[in-house]
Design a protein around this ligand. Structure first.
Ligand SMILES: C[S@@+](CC[C@H](N)C(=O)[O-])C[C@H]1O[C@@H](n2cnc3c(N)ncnc32)[C@H](O)[C@@H]1O
Length: 279
């Protein structure tokens, strides 16, 4: 397979450049640990749950080589359309995409050698059902590797948000915020309980943390990724008629905090869980 000797890429072609932006920066922190944890095997059949716009799916398809088969499952059609477009530009052909939910994987039993999910499993509405589908569709001795962020994520932000909601006597909103954190970020123990309940053996637990720095709260709240991935769920915590006032206060508090610290540092603890189907 020496096709690479004859391929030419025109770096002034906007299409080629468009696929140069391979992944969301956010996903890269988790994905780097995931890519390090998977066991590389010949002719592997791989599933990426919540493949989104193609990371780490397209990376896996290339790292495992053309003899592997990498399936991605995600209900987000606009993202998988982008994945397909990138795959075409990159010349990655060993992929298939399922536009659906991982609670029902339309695949026969004992099929996959490796199932991964980079911050995807925790976004599925029924993680237990997804894990039972992983077990069913995975071959014996197959590997499941997934990353999830942990309850302490963005603790600097949530601590100020909590304080403002409490000061303003918005107790229902404060309770909603705690529920939102609990639903979005399961503890390590809860994740382990769920994989074990689904008969997986846990081989390795890699806990890490990264941080993202911003000038201040204004920069943070106006950041494109924060706006598309988080802001809507934060806004919904607050009653409609109080949103303007609460977010003004929140931005001011975040700005004061940033000024006192010299920056706004937002911490993201996460875990990469490496399991096997041993039964
Ligand atoms: C945080 S994104 C992660 C995307 C990608 N893995 C990455 O690292 O950039 C979570 C993904 O899970 C997908 N998702 C949500 N519910 C799902 C479900 N029930 N089954 C499969 N994917 C789902 C979302 O559409 C989204 O693409």
């Amino acid at each position: 397979m020496k096709n690479y000797l004859h391929q030419k890429y025109d770096l002034s072609d906007p299409k080629i450049v468009s696929a140069f932006d391979e992944m969301p920066l956010w996903s890269s922190y988790f994905g780097a640990v995931l890519l390090d944890t998977v066991i590389y095997k010949n002719k592997a059949r791989i599933l990426d749950i919540g493949c989104g716009a193609g990371y780490p799916m397209l990376e896996l398809a290339q790292r495992f080589g053309a003899d592997s088969e990498v399936t991605g499952i995600d209900p987000w059609k606009a993202a998988t359309a982008r994945l397909k477009a990138k795959a075409k530009i990159m010349g990655v052909n060993n992929i298939r995409i399922i536009n659906g939910v991982a609670e029902n994987i339309p695949t026969e039993d004992n099929y996959f050698d490796l199932i991964v999910s980079n911050n995807g499993l925790n976004n599925c509405s029924d993680q237990m059902k997804v894990l039972s589908e992983c077990y069913r569709t995975m071959k014996k001795d197959g590997q499941l590797v997934f990353t999830v962020n942990l309850p302490g994520s963005m603790k600097e932000f949530y601590s100020l948000f909590r304080q403002i909601l409490t000061d303003q006597k918005l107790n229902d909103s404060a309770a909603k915020m705690e529920l939102h954190i609990k639903e979005k970020r399961k503890t390590l123990q809860e994740n382990l309980r769920q994989v074990r309940k689904n008969r997986f053996t846990v081989k390795r637990i890699i806990e890490q943390s990264f941080y993202m720095k911003y000038l201040n709260g204004t920069a943070f709240l106006n950041h494109y990724f924060i706006k598309i991935a988080f802001l809507d769920s934060w806004v919904k915590i607050v009653p409609q008629n109080k949103r303007g006032m609460i977010f003004k206060l929140l931005e001011e508090k975040l700005n004061q905090y940033s000024q006192s610290k010299g920056e706004l540092r937002i911490t993201i603890p996460f875990v990469c869980i490496d399991c096997r189907k041993s039964g």
